[in-house]
Design a protein around this ligand. Structure first.
Ligand SMILES: [Zn+2]
Length: 456
């Protein structure tokens, strides 16, 4: 007995402190980070309302409206956005991203000098990794001729565009103001796009340039139509936001959508994030899609309660908008962008040749997961394995496995379960999930021969 209690005492002495610290870190994720909480709380409804009124005051922000008028049109609007960004912090690098675009198609009725407005908050430790928060600032009011056809040459009519998309622009501005008061490991990029209403022109040119330059963009949060909470048929859901993400089920955009739901609802519990498994609303477009085309994770945040009577019309005004709703959606953006920008990079779950690092283990009946992280962050706490049934929309189970680079789940079939891994730091900031994707079986072709002929 005596010997046993000695052993217990020795165990407590030796293992006690270690056990304590490992217990303290047993679940370093899924809890709030006070800094992120502070950022979310700093998002101001008054500021957002002021931004909306100011954007309305330009009367039109049509991409082909007068660029030289001091108070009306796209020129005055982009100058104001530029100056706003500049006023928030000397650490924001503000510029115009300018393109001279030839007239084409129905909507670009003449050549135009198009300017996106960009504000960059450089990251401290992983500045090459970017998080984009964006919205289009151009507006449109549709004018129909006597034949009922849209007259696309009417580029200077009253087009207040408060919900579409003053709301997204007001959110991006407010996010730049608040987030630029803090430091992040990764780079945050705030972009107001032009030319959305002419066919996603500004975002397409930006995304293609980013790809050409080999930019690493971890996530694109596109905010478009986040200004209304009562639909034209009276339906209302002012505590819900839709997040659209492209297929397939484990695309990087889908992981980002799951992340928006998890982190958004963690920090803004008043809101429900409803994932829609589609690249966008039926038959309609948005500025996240050009980023999808270039292989980036990009989602759209939008209201489930659009008023179609106001969209692209002279009645898309401040009076018909809901700054309180826009504020809630902006807070979700703040939580997601801040957490991602503080978090470690996602682990790599494929070989250099792109094959999934997933096997059946030594027993042949296990799930053996491996992952790579070439340059682990100094504040890395470890990794979390996530699991779900192949038919489940979201991750169902999580296992924190510590600072290792492989893990074996004995008796778990890799055929029936989808796995992923994420990295977590000591403050609980978690990365996007990297999922193990079953490589497609390629279509085979076989050559036939005529048995009557002799082969040479
Ligand atoms: Zn829009």
């Amino acid at each position: 007995m005596r010997r046993f209690s000695y052993a217990v005492v020795i165990c407590l002495l030796v293992i006690g402190p270690m056990r304590f610290s490992s217990l303290a870190m047993a679940e370093p994720y899924g809890r709030v980070n006070p800094i992120v909480q502070q950022i979310v709380a700093a998002i101001s409804e008054e500021r957002i309302a002021e931004n909306l009124k100011k954007l309305e005051s330009f009367q039109t922000r049509h991409t082909l409206s007068d660029p030289t008028h001091p108070t009306r049109g796209i020129g005055a609007a982009r100058t104001w956005i530029f100056e706003q960004f500049r006023s928030y912090s000397p650490r924001l690098q503000v510029s115009f991203d300018t393109y001279f675009v030839r007239k084409q198609g129905q909507r670009l009725v003449r050549d135009v000098e198009l300017r996106n407005v960009v504000a960059v908050l450089p990251g401290t430790r992983q500045p090459e990794r970017r998080i984009l928060i964006c919205a289009h600032y151009d507006s449109l009011a549709i004018v129909r001729g006597p034949d009922g056809q849209v007259d696309w040459t009417q580029t200077d009519v009253f087009a207040p565009g408060v919900t579409d998309n003053g709301s997204g622009t007001a959110a991006v501005l407010e996010l730049a103001r608040v987030l630029s008061q803090y430091e992040f490991e990764k780079t945050l990029v705030f972009v107001a796009f032009a030319g959305e209403e002419q066919g996603l022109v500004g975002s397409t040119l930006y995304a293609q340039k980013a790809r050409r330059e080999g930019q690493i963009i971890e996530a694109v949060l596109n905010n478009d139509i986040i200004g209304s909470d009562i639909a034209g048929d009276g339906a209302s859901a002012n505590r819900v936001v839709w997040v659209f993400s492209e297929d397939p089920a484990d695309s990087s955009s889908r992981q980002l959508a799951r992340y928006v739901k998890r982190i958004g609802e963690l920090y803004v519990p008043a809101m429900r994030v409803e994932m829609i498994f589609r690249h966008d609303r039926f038959g309609r477009g948005g500025d996240h899609t050009p980023f999808n085309h270039e292989g980036y994770a990009a989602v759209r945040l939008t209201t489930p309660n659009e008023n179609f009577a106001h969209q692209h019309s002279a009645t898309d005004t401040f009076a018909n908008a809901s700054p309180a709703y826009t504020t809630l959606v902006t807070r979700i953006n703040a939580a997601v962008a801040a957490t991602l920008a503080l978090a470690p990079k996602p682990p790599v779950v494929t070989t250099e040749r792109g094959l999934p690092l997933l096997g059946r283990g030594r027993s042949g009946y296990a799930a053996h997961l491996r992952w790579r992280n070439e340059d682990p962050e100094p504040d890395l706490a470890g990794y979390v394995i996530v699991m779900r049934a192949t038919t489940a929309p979201d991750w169902e189970r999580e296992i924190f496995v510590g600072s290792v680079n492989e893990y074996v789940l004995e008796g778990v079939s890799i055929d029936a379960v989808t796995f992923g891994v994420k990295a977590v730091d000591k403050d609980g900031n978690e990365s996007l999930v990297s999922a193990y994707v079953n490589p497609p079986r390629l279509r085979a072709t076989f050559e036939l021969y005529d048995p009557g002929e002799r082969r040479q």
